[in-house]
Ligand binder design. Structure first.
Ligand SMILES: CC(C)(COP(=O)(O)OP(=O)(O)OC[C@H]1O[C@@H](n2cnc3c(N)ncnc32)[C@H](O)[C@@H]1OP(=O)(O)O)[C@@H](O)C(=O)NCCC(=O)NCCS
Length: 150
């Protein structure tokens, strides 16, 4: 069973563990996840699959736009619709916003496929944005009406 819960003081370390498993280029530390809890514009959701923390998404609400800072699902839990459900959870708190934007490595085909499936489209490119290895970022945005996902 999939359960998507807000990150709290009790479970932020689980998000950090997922982050460190999924990203090698300067992953956020547990302390950075904890700091997110004190930012009134930040929301983090953790997906639990049969009680096990399997993925997280972090967004910033800066109306009229919202930003996905990071999203990851542990390798053993991929291709089960978890990322898609986490983005839906994120959209449900975007009531004052009319777009959701993110940056993605141009070689990250799984993530780009996910975003395209959810109607994000490429709106720009940041040259040599990433390191280890150096790579461009695609800027992808999904546009919607305020309150569409409430
Ligand atoms: C990208 C990522 C978050 C996707 O998580 P996920 O839970 O496996 O994704 P979902 O199961 O919700 O996939 C939804 C859709 O996205 C697309 N998709 C996801 N993974 C894919 C893959 N490996 N290849 C092709 N399409 C893929 C498919 O359209 C899929 O729908 P389908 O399974 O019905 O075909 C996951 O692969 C991940 O954590 N990657 C490492 C971290 C990362 O790159 N994060 C993004 C940074 S911008």
């Amino acid at each position: 069973m999939l359960d998507i819960r807000p990150m709290t003081e009790e479970n932020y370390a689980a998000a950090a563990l997922i982050e460190q498993t999924c990203f090698s280029d300067r992953p956020w530390t547990a302390e950075q996840f904890r700091e997110e809890l004190s930012l009134d514009f930040s929301r983090t959701f953790i997906a639990y699959c049969d009680g096990e923390a399997a993925g997280f998404v972090n967004i910033w609400l800066t109306p009229p736009m919202a930003l996905i800072n990071n999203i990851a699902v542990l390798p053993d839990f991929r291709r089960r619709g978890i990322a898609q459900e986490m983005i839906n959870a994120a959209l449900s708190v975007c009531e004052d916003c009319s777009s959701l934007t993110l940056e993605v490595r141009e070689s990250n085909e799984p993530a780009i496929s996910l975003y395209k499936k959810l109607d994000f489209s490429q709106v720009g490119r940041r040259k040599r944005f990433y390191e280890n290895p150096t790579e461009d970022a695609l800027i992808m945005t999904k546009f919607f009406r305020k309150g569409e996902y409430q």
